[in-house]
Design a protein around this ligand. Structure first.
Ligand SMILES: [Mg+2]
Length: 334
């Protein structure tokens, strides 16, 4: 079932009356993670600058995954999407709770799922510290993850006009992997692209190390992870920062070729980081392999615009002409 109003509007509707009552030192909801400033909870100086990050993500059968997928891969991805939210704040993941709704007779599925969870947990120094299991008609997989951060976390709202927009890596591959998994043949793809797409879709690798570097060395202003789609995630940064994001189409076209531009711009689930940075950090960021994909400007007539050669088109205008979603993101299985 598709939510009406949409996911973002519903969260806003449910929480807006109460956000203003949050105690000092608590930030949320609206970013990749909620933030709790420990020095506000435990005054006295020792915890000065230390923050807890909290995030949770739910994956629902036939909404976010097919039950025919490898349960080990689903377990990996379930933890990865949560770790990615911590990475987007520049934090380090610490401990997770796992909440499952399973159909009867799914013991071996659950065992394999946990195999994938523990595999990524071991690589990411995450402890699985609890959870809950219930039965139901459809399978739902949830993780709640706690992380830490020292200093100011990377927020969506901190982009400045004049910042450059960077990606931690090429995006669009996960959506192509999804299309392959759904049975599209995509014959023109190289074997290398096909392999990368399948692995990015099944086992995304959250960019924790880069996120920590961006935060600790103050290289980025605003950041988000690409879960919904490059354009939609860029619009989250733009709207929350009061700027416009201009995406360079010539760069996006290079990732997978013009034919897969829709996957690159709107595909989502890549779990690369999209971040804004002052131009002075350009050489450091490019040395890290980050890709310059656009820039932030003063707020124009749209949150996201597309640079097409010499022309700059608002996203809605470009999307209508190119037959792409106005939201800038696809919803799988919808
Ligand atoms: Mg996110």
């Amino acid at each position: 079932m598709k939510l009406k109003p949409g996911e973002f509007e519903l969260i806003e509707l449910l929480t807006r009356e109460h956000i203003k009552d949050l105690p000092k030192g608590v930030i949320g909801p609206g970013d990749d993670c909620a933030v709790i400033d420990l020095s506000a909870l435990f005054p006295g100086g020792e915890l000065q600058g230390k923050k807890l990050l909290l995030t949770t993500d739910l994956m629902v059968e036939d909404r976010h995954f097919r039950i025919s997928s490898s349960p080990q891969d689903l377990g990996w991805k379930l933890l990865a999407v949560n770790i990615s939210d911590i990475a987007a704040m520049g934090g380090a993941p610490v401990a997770a709770l796992v909440t499952l709704q399973l159909s009867p007779n799914m013991e071996s599925f659950a065992e394999d799922l946990y195999g994938g969870i523990y595999e990524l947990a071991a690589q990411s120094n995450v402890s699985i510290v609890g959870g809950d299991v219930s039965s139901g008609d459809k399978v739902s997989l949830g993780v709640t993850l706690v992380g830490t951060c020292e200093g100011t976390p990377l927020l969506r709202s901190a982009a400045k006009a004049g910042d450059l927009l960077y990606l931690s890596g090429k995006c669009g591959f996960a959506n192509v992997g999804f299309r392959l998994a759904e049975g599209e043949s995509l014959d023109d793809l190289s074997n290398e692209a096909r392999r990368l797409a399948a692995s990015r879709f099944a086992r995304p690798v959250p960019r924790v190390e880069l996120g920590c570097t961006l935060q600790s060395e103050a290289l980025a202003n605003a950041a988000i992870d690409i879960s919904d789609g490059l354009v939609q995630d860029a619009s989250h940064i733009a709207k929350m920062s009061g700027v416009s994001a201009v995406i360079d189409l010539a760069v996006a076209e290079q990732f997978l070729g013009k034919r897969y531009l829709a996957s690159v711009l709107c595909g989502g689930e890549d779990y690369e980081l999209l971040f804004s940075a002052a131009p002075e950090h350009r050489s450091k960021l490019e040395a890290q392999g980050c890709i310059l994909v656009g820039k932030c400007t003063e707020r124009l007539d749209a949150a996201v615009l597309v640079q097409v050669g010499e022309r700059r088109l608002s996203w809605p205008e470009y999307a209508a002409a190119a037959g792409l979603p106005a939201s800038g993101g696809f919803e799988h299985f919808s």
